[in-house]
Design a protein around this ligand. Structure first.
Ligand code: NAG
Ligand code: NAG
Length: 341
């Protein structure tokens, strides 16, 4: 498919299974009914075997919910023994998984496969084939791109491991309903840091795959391994002209109408009034825990104690066992992104 805009090009190959709305059983239909039962049984057996295949077959499971909530990190969520602190990314995983399930959404936690030993946020984790090695924070982009490729969900919500949903009573549609084919990706406020967007949480429709690719393809060499990583790429992208590169320089030759000179910023939803770094009101969907607060379990416990006691390590392990944790080589995904034109 072409990676070019307009966003109205949904263009993504994905499988839909058509389920007939009703099947009436009459004498003449008995044979067909039998075939149907046989078909369903075969499908069920196939599904059982499919699910027995280990995770590293390279494709995420396709559950088919309308929404998939995605988290991604180079660190695996684990529940250590009593006495040892629980990593905050384990807690946010359990919270966000719980939220997704309450919403009838799929949930996937992507673990970036990596060769280098982890040394914080500057560790090279995934490689852009042309632009070089990048830190884990960047690797969420190929991860989301791959989730779009391998799952049939119309919508994806991406949330960093230091972010969490605040209440199961608040629906993701609060954000998703703002999206259109022309504005297929959205962000909330980055206050109090600045008036821009934050790359740690975003919501999108399938049409945004081209945006994700354009974002991944931004070249900010100094930020490949350093803060604020892909957020700097995003800020750069939002200033860029949508058509310039895709049109192969047509604009420079004067062939394009002024009306076509839209920037990427014209094609995003920015809910600038909705905070994420402080809790402003009861209608706020997510909270991003800032670096100073990462070990503030009280902040998490306050809202989520009903899920499970933080002392019940076995209970937490049982919950974590329900989470779809997918190992993904995002360098390999990046090769696929690069090959797609
Ligand atoms: C990921 O894929 C790349 C490209 O195929 C490969 O060079 C690298 O060794 C892989 N890394 C891991 C950890 O599997
Ligand atoms: C500019 O946009 C209009 C309408 O959207 C379209 O008809 C026209 O072909 C575009 N021009 C170029 C040079 O892309």
């Amino acid at each position: 498919m072409s990676s070019s805009y307009p966003y109205t090009d949904s263009g993504y190959p994905y499988t839909r299974i058509f389920v007939p709305p009703s099947v009436s059983v009459t004498a003449t239909h008995r044979r067909r009914w039998g075939v149907l039962v046989f078909g369903v049984a075969t499908f069920a057996v196939a599904l059982i075997f499919y699910r027995m295949i280990p995770e590293d077959r390279g494709e995420t499971r396709s559950h088919g919910a309308a929404l998939t909530v995605v988290m991604a990190d180079s660190r695996v969520p684990v529940v250590p023994n009593e006495g040892e602190p629980i990593p905050y990314w384990t807690l946010t995983t359990l919270i966000n998984h719980h939220y997704a399930r309450e919403q009838g959404a799929d949930f996937v936690y992507v673990v970036h496969e990596h060769d280098a030993p982890l040394r914080g946020g500057n560790t090279p984790i995934c490689r852009h084939p042309r632009l070089g090695w990048r830190a884990a924070s960047w690797c969420k982009l190929p991860a989301v791109w791959e989730v779009l490729r391998t799952r049939s969900s119309e919508n994806v919500v991406y949330i960093d491991t230091d972010g969490m949903f605040l209440s199961t009573a608040l629906k993701p549609s609060r954000h998703l309903d703002h999206l259109t084919p022309d504005k297929p990706i959205g962000f909330v406020s980055n206050e109090p840091w600045d008036a821009g967007v934050c790359a740690g949480y975003f919501f999108l429709r399938r049409e945004a795959a081209a945006f994700i690719k354009a974002w991944w393809d931004t070249d900010v060499p100094r930020k490949n391994l350093h803060r604020l990583w892909e957020q700097e790429g995003l800020n750069k992208l939002l200033k860029e002209d949508v058509m310039r590169e895709e049109a192969g320089g047509v604009k420079e030759e004067g062939g394009m109408e002024p009306a076509n000179h839209t920037t990427y910023a014209d094609h995003i939803v920015h809910l600038a009034d909705e905070r994420q770094f402080t809790v402003q009101d009861s209608q706020q969907l997510i909270l991003h825990i800032t670096s100073e607060e990462k070990n503030r379990y009280d902040l998490i416990r306050e809202r989520w104690d009903h899920i499970t006691s933080l002392k019940d390590r076995d209970g937490m392990r049982a919950l974590l066992a329900q989470v779809d944790i997918v190992r993904m080589n995002t360098s390999e995904v990046a090769l696929r992104i690069e090959a797609e034109e």
